[in-house]
Design a protein around this ligand. Structure first.
Ligand code: G3P
Ligand code: CA
Length: 250
């Protein structure tokens, strides 16, 4: 039996609710997650917003780059009505908006849920986002455990430079040959590995580092069981309820 692996809701409860919305985060909280994963970008007026893509096009009924729009402009659009094909779809979802990170931190108040903030800075670097992020977390984070992750190493290094105690995690979708050297040199606390890297035999090499390994995005029942058996630190999944139920049975 394994009660150690933590379950993180990917973009909230993305499998059943509009991703990266307060609705999706609340659903994941209600399902009993240990942590939430979300993605951030910066608006033209300097607000940190929670959305996966650089543009509004896929997940909202608006369009354009986040970086070219103000928060007020972004808030005009629905972040829910593109998901009307979902089983639980309700017209109320049309009222969902792209949340600010501050709104998500407020939603988490009174819980001990961990938060994995992924900085989507590899297309647009969003100058100053790391400073803004650390300031916001200091003001509104309520000392919760925050894990900062990115595919973009310069963002992680900037965070570490600004805040030595920041818990940083490098996102990898392909293997690196010398993980120990990277972990040490870059002072990484964790690796966030695509699931294929874990199912790959390099996993032991990562595990031997005695650093936390979180795995994304694991949705299939057999793969979830396999990750629980491997005792990864955390699983990031679109279906947190399914993962939590399997963890109980495992
Ligand atoms: O953080 C893990 C995972 O979310 C990274 O990929 O594209 O879903 O943000 P993506
Ligand atoms: Ca992400």
């Amino acid at each position: 039996m394994n009660h150690m692996t933590k379950i993180y809701g990917h973009r909230g409860s993305k499998g059943n609710y509009p991703e990266n919305t307060l609705l999706s985060f609340q659903a994941a909280i209600d399902q009993g997650v240990d942590g939430l994963e979300l993605d951030i970008h910066l608006t033209s007026d300097g607000e940190i917003v929670v959305i996966h893509d650089e543009t509004l096009n896929r997940t909202t009924d608006g369009s354009g780059n986040v970086k070219d729009l103000t928060l007020d402009e972004i808030k005009q659009y629905s972040a829910g009505n593109k998901f009307s094909h979902f089983t639980h779809y309700s017209e109320n979802w049309d009222e969902e908006r792209v949340p600010t990170l501050e709104e998500v931190l407020e939603l988490l108040d009174g819980t001990d849920i961990e938060l994995n903030i992924e900085l989507k800075t590899y297309v647009y670097p969003y100058e100053g986002i790391e400073e803004k992020l650390l300031t916001l977390v200091k003001e509104k984070g309520n000392n919760r455990k925050i894990v900062y992750s990115s595919f973009h190493l310069p963002s992680l290094l900037r965070l570490k430079q600004l805040e030595r105690s920041a818990h940083i995690a490098w996102l990898l979708h392909s293997p690196i040959s010398n993980p120990a050297d990277y972990m040490k040199e870059l002072e990484l606390e964790s690796l966030h590995l695509a699931k294929d890297l874990v199912l790959h035999d390099m996993f032991q090499q990562y595990k031997d580092l005695n650093k936390s390994v979180r795995v994304w995005t694991v949705n299939d029942e057999n793969e979830l069981k396999e990750m629980l058996d491997l005792e990864v630190e955390s699983i990031i999944t679109d279906y947190p309820e399914k993962a939590i139920n399997l963890r109980v049975k495992n």
